[in-house]
Design a protein around this ligand. Structure first.
Ligand SMILES: *Cc1c(COP(=O)(O)O)cnc(C)c1O
Length: 324
């Protein structure tokens, strides 16, 4: 990062950013890419690209774009949202089809489907390419666009040994984050057609996301693409180790078969997830209670095998103590 060549990316002349954008577009098999400060901004720009105020987007009911982006859908794009329940993170083609509005003067126009892969609140579940392709076919048939919130798309790529271009081929735009498992301090990518990225550049500016000598962040992203993608498999193996061991602990429900990537959800029938979170923190282990009965554990490049054993020992102590 310290040695990065930089320019002014608002004028499009930061050589490190330009090289990164080209590399990402090439890997995705798409025309163009745009570096953005955060995944949230990337998603919100994509929604703005594909919708008009008063139109409707359709997504799973625990999607980041709907739950965790501070109401940006209404604030920035003036859209309304139709949410669908899907425990594994991806609604069926039939569910999407039923949610698409008929042509009727009373109805909002259904404009956009947003998918999340891997799906955070479904526990890092992967949406297979074939499933995405079926949803894309429906969208094409009914005149909707598809955006992929791929904050953790590289986890899906590594878990399924599928090139990112095969996922990218099923959508109009996608975002992914350098700042999650890939280990960068900041930065995400929006990827799509050249025409869409040209419009996206203006929306990014309007949102205050045009950054000047941002090659320092792009340099970190290049390093991450080169060095931190394949190693996501280690995170997945460590998450499996956690899941299998947690499943043996008293009062903990985990299904290791559903742990496909780097996220492990532990259900606590005793509804004491907040207390467990606090007790773990006192042992130096960070997890998050996402509900009264649910804790989330995430593995990433700063968590090694020794840390996993430490987390397991702490969890055994905490849950054992709670069982008296
Ligand atoms: C983290 C995340 C994002 C983007 O978050 P930022 O913090 O804005 O980069 C988007 N979608 C999902 C599913 C995420 O987990």
């Amino acid at each position: 990062m310290a040695e990065a060549q930089v320019g002014d990316d608002v004028f499009g002349d930061d050589p490190t950013v330009n090289r990164l954008q080209l590399e990402v577009a090439t890997r995705c098999g798409m025309e163009a890419a745009l570096f953005v400060p955060s995944g949230t901004m990337g998603n919100q720009i994509a929604v703005k690209l594909h919708t008009q105020p008063g139109e409707e987007l359709i997504c799973e009911e625990r999607s980041h774009v709907w739950v965790n982006e501070a109401g940006g859908l209404g604030l920035i794009s003036g859209v309304q949202t139709k949410t669908l329940a899907a425990p594994e993170g991806v609604p069926s083609v039939a569910a999407f089809e039923a949610a698409i509005r008929d042509e009727d003067v009373h109805h909002p126009r259904s404009a956009l489907i947003v998918l999340e892969n891997t799906h955070n609140y479904a526990g890092g579940r992967v949406i297979p390419v074939a499933t995405m392709a079926a949803i894309r076919a429906l969208a094409l048939r009914r005149g909707l666009k598809v955006h992929l919130d791929g904050a953790r798309l590289w986890n899906a790529v590594v878990a399924t040994r599928t090139p990112i271009a095969q996922f990218a081929a099923q959508v109009d735009t996608l975002t992914f984050c350098f700042s999650k498992g890939l280990g960068c301090p900041a930065g995400s990518m929006l990827v799509g057609t050249r025409e869409a990225m040209a419009r996206a550049r203006r929306i990014r500016k309007a949102l205050g996301g045009g950054m000047r000598q941002v090659g320092i962040l792009a340099a970190a992203a290049e390093f991450a693409l080169e060095r931190n993608v394949e190693r996501l498999a280690d995170d997945h193996a460590r998450a499996q180790r956690l899941a299998r061991a947690f499943a043996e602990l008293p009062g903990c429900r985990v299904d290791p078969a559903t742990v496909e990537t780097n996220i492990v959800f532990v259900e606590r029938a005793a509804n004491d997830a907040v207390a467990v979170e606090k007790a773990l923190a006192a042992e130096g282990v960070r997890a998050i209670a996402l509900a009264a009965d649910r804790l989330r554990f995430v593995t990433h490049l700063d968590v090694g095998d020794g840390d996993i054993e430490r987390a397991l020992a702490a969890m055994a102590k905490v849950t054992g103590a709670r069982m008296g």
